[in-house]
Design a protein around this ligand. Structure first.
Ligand code: HEM
Length: 278
């Protein structure tokens, strides 16, 4: 995927960032469209399916290095992975005073479909344009505006139609990563965390600390040094607080092994399945 799809379709000139239009919102409102975020387990979007949110991003290859203890969690938490592709995106076009960064990861598994993970800080985002200012998680706070509540209600309908055990659209699950090893072996007795927190390292936080809306996030991300740890990954059990993150809760580190590049394949074809337990 990296050599054959992403690298050959790297943009010469970056396309202009856009926000979803009114017609896009009508399309998002259709459960038959939105449910595909949960049901499409392919690495590519359906033909004709356009990313209406998170439309623009940039990709890199990553290594997920599991920490020795991994807190007893199994699967990818235990084995780590040398073969991950991530997409760093903005949920919508940044404004002068707001940006909503997010990250999707794809863990490639031998002889098996890929396993995916979506994380962000919140749908409200942040005042700054530093992609690495805030931690990301699979569980995000409830929306803070009427428009966002409307979209979350649409997403909830998709989750209900999907048959999610918990259709809360602010809660994706991470159990799937505990159930398989990168060589394709199923784990007999999986042990999974409930919540992951990706905390940007100091070095990552420093890279874009002065970024403004005038400087395109994709151009800034392209400066990220290969091999420099981007996130410390903390894992929490149900009931454990995200306000208390001792080093003992670190399950691994996420490290880019290539430069971060923006490509039309990443924006137009690359699909990351959202995960909810049924
Ligand atoms: C039922 C709940 C949800 C639904 C229906 C949903 C729907 C969508 C849709 C339609 C997209 C655009 C890409 C596409 O068209 O396939 C998207 C992208 C994305 N979503 Fe969600 N979302 C949900 C919950 C969440 C949550 C809770 C998070 C984070 C914790 C999240 C993180 C992301 C990220 C990171 C992307 C960008 C993926 C990429 O880079 O291609 N989503 N989502």
């Amino acid at each position: 995927m990296w050599n054959d799809k992403i690298i050959p379709t790297m943009y010469g000139d970056l396309p202009t960032l856009t926000a979803p239009g009114i017609w896009d919102l009508f399309t998002l409102a259709k459960t038959s469209f939105t449910i595909r975020s949960l049901t499409n387990d392919s690495d590519e979007l359906d033909v004709g399916h356009r990313k209406l949110v998170h439309a623009w991003g940039a990709e890199a290859r990553f290594r997920f290095v599991s920490s020795k203890s991994a807190r007893g969690y199994t699967g990818i938490y235990e084995s780590g992975s040398d073969c991950v592709i991530g997409r760093l995106s903005m949920a919508t076009k940044p404004t002068k005073t707001n940006s909503v960064p997010a990250l999707a990861l794809k863990f490639f598994i031998s002889g098996h479909k890929s396993e995916n993970l979506q994380i962000m800080n919140s749908t409200s985002g942040q005042k700054s344009h530093n992609f690495f200012e805030m931690p990301f998680s699979n569980i995000i706070p409830p929306p803070d505006s009427f428009a966002k509540r409307l979209i979350q209600n649409i997403f909830r309908k998709a989750a209900v139609a999907f048959g999610a055990k918990d259709p809360d659209p602010t809660h994706l699950t991470v159990e799937h990563l505990a159930k398989i090893l990168v060589d394709g072996t199923s784990v007999v007795t999986p042990k999974s965390p409930y919540r992951l927190i990706f905390k940007p390292t100091m070095a990552a936080g420093a890279l874009m600390k002065d970024a403004t809306v005038e400087s395109d996030f994709r151009t800034n991300l392209a400066r990220y040094p290969v091999g420099q740890v981007m996130y410390d990954v903390y894992a929490l059990d149900e009931g454990e607080s995200a306000d208390d993150l001792p080093a003992s809760k670190i399950v691994g580190k996420l490290i880019p092994t290539t430069k971060i590049v923006a490509s039309s394949y990443g924006d137009e074809k690359l699909n990351f399945q959202h995960n909810m337990e049924k």
